[in-house]
Write a protein that binds this ligand. Structure first.
Ligand SMILES: Nc1ncnc2c1ncn2[C@@H]1O[C@H](COP(=O)(O)OP(=O)(O)OP(=O)(O)O)[C@@H](O)[C@H]1O
Ligand SMILES: Cc1cn([C@H]2C[C@H](O)[C@@H](COP(=O)(O)O)O2)c(=O)[nH]c1=O
Length: 189
């Protein structure tokens, strides 16, 4: 089982992952970007805004993804893998290209490996504004509310086009309510 938790910055992914770690101690927890030794270096480059070209930035994330698929997802394919982000973020955030072009490029990077379960935490613009105001923002978060809400719409469109098994959860619900919905989805209920 290859489960991914998706959502724009501050949607609550880390909060839910911490709860899942307690519940599923046998699962492999991983993330993009930065789930491998090479990925840690690529993550720093991408998030520090070192690439001036949007296409170069996209390839930094895509190199991270290709390494992550090979070194983590394929290696543990018979286990329960839970990943913070996936190619869905890759396609949604790389808004310089069309979704169809990005699907093709990402299927090369992932060797056609798709998640079996996608959990998307969906934020309202107001809740996003509040949560961003409560933290120090990295170079991507500094792009603002409209940018991130557009990315969230692209995430929904990407999930639709890939036709993946998924659940969209209102990220403003109470933490325990979200936790229960995720648990039921993973357990196939
Ligand atoms: N259901 C919730 N209701 C209210 N606040 C929440 C909820 N879930 C998480 N938060 C708060 O929102 C903030 C962002 O949460 P978290 O770090 O889990 O998000 P994230 O999706 O992992 O963010 P990022 O992608 O930026 O790392 C934290 O302050 C967290 O406590
Ligand atoms: C996979 C991926 C991620 N991003 C962006 C999304 C976030 O702003 C950061 C990652 O930070 P997090 O705290 O680990 O969530 O990177 C992106 O732009 N492109 C991608 O492919």
């Amino acid at each position: 089982m290859y489960v991914v938790i998706e959502g724009i910055d501050t949607a609550g992914k880390s909060t839910q992952l911490e709860l899942l770690k307690e519940k599923l101690p046998y699962a492999i927890f991983t993330k993009e970007p930065g789930g491998t030794p090479l990925g840690i270096k690529l993550r720093t480059m991408a998030l520090n805004g070192e690439a001036k070209s949007k296409i170069a930035e996209m390839f930094l994330f895509m190199a991270d993804r290709a390494e992550h698929i090979e070194e983590v997802i394929k290696k543990y394919k018979n286990d329960t893998i839970i990943s913070d982000r996936s190619m869905i973020s890759g396609i949604a955030y790389a808004s310089a290209l069309s979704i169809d072009e990005l699907i093709n490029l990402n299927l090369i990077a992932t060797n056609n490996t798709l998640p079996s379960h996608v959990i998307l935490l969906e934020l309202t613009p107001n809740e996003l504004k509040f949560r961003l105001s409560q933290k120090e923002n990295d170079s991507i978060e500094l792009r603002g509310i409209d940018y991130l809400i557009n990315i969230q719409n692209r995430m929904k469109e990407t999930i639709k086009r890939l036709n993946i098994n998924h659940i969209i959860i209102d990220a403003s619900l109470k933490i325990e309510e979200i936790e229960k919905k995720i648990e039921d989805f993973i357990n196939g209920e």
